[in-house]
Design a protein around this ligand. Sequence first.
Ligand SMILES: NC(=O)c1ccc[n+]([C@@H]2O[C@H](COP(=O)([O-])OP(=O)(O)OC[C@H]3O[C@@H](n4cnc5c(N)ncnc54)[C@H](O)[C@@H]3O)[C@@H](O)[C@H]2O)c1
Length: 455
Amino acid sequence: MHIAMIGTGYVGLVSGACFSDFGHQVTCVDKDAQKIAALWAGRMPIFEPGLEALVSRNAAAGRLGFTTELAPAVREADAVFIAVGTPSRRGDGHADLSHIYAAAEEIAAALDGYTVVIDKSTVPVGTGDEVERIIRKTNPAAEFSVVSNPEFLREGAAIGDFKHPDRIVIGGEDERGLQAMREIYRPLFLGGKAPLIEMSRCAAELTKYAGNAFLATKITFINEIADLCEKVGADVRDVARGIGLDNRIGPKFLNAGPGYGGSCFPKDTLALLKTAQDFETPQRIVEAVVAVNESRKRAMGRRIIAACNGNVRDKRIAVLGLTFKPNTDDVRDSPALDIIRTLQDAGAKVVACDPEGIEQAAKLVDNVELVDDPWTAIEDAAAAVIVTEWDAYRALDLTRMKSLLAEPVLVDLRNIYEREQVEGAGLRYYAVGRNCGPQEKPRQFADAVADLSVS
Ligand SMILES: NC(=O)c1ccc[n+]([C@@H]2O[C@H](COP(=O)([O-])OP(=O)(O)OC[C@H]3O[C@@H](n4cnc5c(N)ncnc54)[C@H](O)[C@@H]3O)[C@@H](O)[C@H]2O)c1
């Protein structure tokens, strides 16, 4: 099939490249001319493992192309995917749908022959109806179906997720559109079956938000249990394993840490709450999750200050990891940003490193010294703080760390080290949900963190 992918970001580029790898003819469209030029030159606009090889293989085979011109790509297409951004609208948390609606108008004007228009972006219930209305109004003669096909890929594992999905959700109101979707995903059918779930368009739209809200809830739940572990002297990793092996619960998303972040969970939980408000059906669990997570990120900054004996003024603090998780360069809404702001508010000088996220982080942080490697960051710092669990930070030479730090403090917000190992190297160790301070005084440390209030 001929596919036009409107929006060539994390989702559009990965989806477009994977569809071309299945054998479809794909044109990725983006307004950003620099991005399109870079792609033609073989340079990836994002860091995603395996993407460069996938893109270059399919571009060389002539199955994958890039353009800033939407109209010709749509005219030739049997299927047009909308994969533009839907960030939080400033001020109220609603999903900003301006890119979706602008794309719908442009698509409408270019439609030629029956085309299925698929919304892959994460959008609130009713957006498909509005896209259909816009297309009908702009081009009353157009023959088309509007289908919802939310994307569940995870940054850092995006290609594997796209090619081996747990499920593919398709929401549509007419058989012709649904049939086109079955054809697009047919390469994923094994033994005549694919994990394709068909439902109404609004159910598909809501499924994406419900899924992200549930995962955000799971993370927030274990984070609050971690706080309790610190008070009672338990290790949250034991508790997480103890509940995660129950297959009604499952072990994933039970790693206590600095709170969820990234380009999806924060904005999608907020947008779900706005939909709930619009339909006068409060989602109190998600409301609590959003509030708890928001305060947690700053609380992690205070935890670092407490580890530095309550004072970081004019001290250098080394932050290891800026992206919201490893294997991506995405820093959008990363907990690292709030942690850095809290440290700066308390007078710290922050120096930070990240294997892939420096370029993106430079656009989002002020007055932070950004360096390439952890050793430069750690040198003369009053504490080393692991915020993102990159592989490169999992086996740091702790003796070297001790010799470079001005004060022997390691704050591990991802629980990747063992206390004995760290303390054996002469460092003080602070983790999450595991007697977070020096082992003999868990309660006092937790209380000190709670008491320390830095605005
Ligand atoms: N990033 C993820 O992990 C992920 C996962 C699942 C779903 N989603 C959802 O997918 C959507 C896209 O997310 P993303 O992270 O890929 O966004 P992104 O910001 O990386 O990319 C969006 C792209 O769309 C382009 N664009 C905007 N308007 C356009 C137009 N009218 N014509 C052509 N191009 C246009 C922008 O220039 C940008 O390159 C969002 O709704 C997001 O919530 C994202």
